[in-house]
Design a binder for this molecule. Structure first.
Ligand SMILES: Nc1ncnc2c1ncn2[C@@H]1O[C@H](COP(=O)(O)OP(=O)(O)OP(=O)(O)O)[C@@H](O)[C@H]1O
Length: 349
């Protein structure tokens, strides 16, 4: 669009983080605005994400300022160049002298990214116990503090007592590779993965700590489904996250476990998809369980998933979309489709 209404819509729907998400060429919404939109779009972006907008680079290493520089066509281009140089001058002038850590308006506005390169960490304690924030079908999630002074979530998949068979180690290696892939993704609706550590007693997966509740938990607490406007908003955000996963340049990344308990709502109204169907390989290998069944999952499974042969399950982007449809149903009805049918009979249907 030649005005910034589409940018405003994006930010309203997805939050300002979406402005920095690159497409397959590394172009962000900031690059596109710099290329196609008038100068007030740049000001709008600056108001949203601050100085960070000048450091974004596409795959050719071009910043939004470079994109403007390479086009010298009309009045808009010169207005943009003038705005960029005066804003950068102002930023430079407000930067603290070397060695000083006094905050400036620019640095206070800049968003801090989660840094995955911490080397040491510890559980955060509450009443002298590890602060548990959730329990899933095969792991428990705790709060942790890293040596880079960031609070993160750590999911612990216990491996002790299950033996260290080669099959298990292979499943653990697959899990680690999965985390390596997910680490590289950055999208406002996808939980940020940080790293994975294998210890003698388990596998520790570190992620962004989300402040909020899952949509499943919220429905249970309110004891009613969401209103249509909420379902629309959450569905749109889940789609945005899924679309991002499915459109990765190296091929689709699948979530494999879309359901309301795996969509968290933050205090700012942002949906985060959590709990990618990673650990399933380990569970399949060693029968690991915390005693809580991964309840309801068959109700979200596409028909073809019950027909996999030779132990292979034909997950695809389409099976994620099927699970998404079941989740929309769940959000309006508080239960997935066919919830009155026993789990083991779902496959027969
Ligand atoms: N990164 C996180 N930040 C904050 N809370 C989290 C995070 N990850 C998980 N949780 C909380 O922990 C709960 C359990 O999460 P987990 O991913 O282990 O299992 P689940 O999705 O409930 O079930 P299953 O793994 O059986 O599908 C979630 O419902 C959520 O409340």
């Amino acid at each position: 669009k030649s005005d910034n209404s589409n940018l405003k819509w994006l930010v309203k729907e997805l939050g300002s983080d979406c402005l920095t998400v690159p497409d397959k060429y590394g172009y962000t919404a900031v690059h596109l605005a710099a290329q196609w939109q008038p100068v007030d779009s740049l000001q709008f972006i600056f108001d949203q994400i601050g100085a960070e907008m000048f450091s974004l680079k596409n795959k050719d290493g071009e910043t939004p300022a470079d994109v403007v520089e390479s086009q010298w066509r009309d009045a808009d281009e010169s207005a943009k160049r003038a705005w960029i140089s005066s804003t950068q001058r102002r930023l430079e002038a407000s930067r603290p002298p070397a060695g000083s850590s006094a905050p400036t308006a620019a640095s206070a506005g800049a968003k801090k990214q989660l840094n995955p390169s911490f080397t040491d960490w510890d559980f955060i304690l509450q009443d002298e116990k590890k602060q548990l924030i959730g329990r899933g079908g095969f792991g428990e999630v705790y709060k942790a503090l890293t040596d880079l002074n960031q609070t993160v979530a750590v999911k612990v998949l216990p491996l002790s007592g299950t033996g260290q068979s080669r099959k298990l180690q292979k499943a653990v290696e697959m899990e680690k590779r999965g985390v390596e892939i997910l680490k590289r993704l950055s999208h406002p609706n996808i939980l940020q993965f940080l790293k994975c550590e294998q210890k003698s007693d388990g596998l520790y997966i570190f992620t962004e700590l989300v402040s909020g509740h899952s949509l499943f938990e919220l429905m249970q607490r309110q004891n009613k489904p969401f209103k249509e406007s909420g379902v629309r908003d959450f569905s749109r955000q889940i789609c945005s996250g899924l679309n991002f996963l499915h459109c990765q340049p190296e091929g689709a990344i699948l979530h494999r476990d879309i359901k309301s308990s795996n969509a968290m709502l933050t205090s700012k109204g942002v949906i985060k998809l959590i709990d990618f169907g990673l650990a399933k390989e380990i569970v399949g290998t060693c029968g690991l369980s915390t005693g809580v069944d991964p309840k309801g999952t068959p109700y979200f499974m596409a028909p073809e998933l019950f027909m996999g042969e030779g132990g292979s399950i034909p997950y695809s982007a389409k099976t994620d979309v099927w699970a998404f449809g079941c989740t929309v149903y769940e959000l309006t009805a508080m239960q997935p489709p066919d919830a009155n049918v026993q789990q083991f009979r779902i496959a027969v249907l």
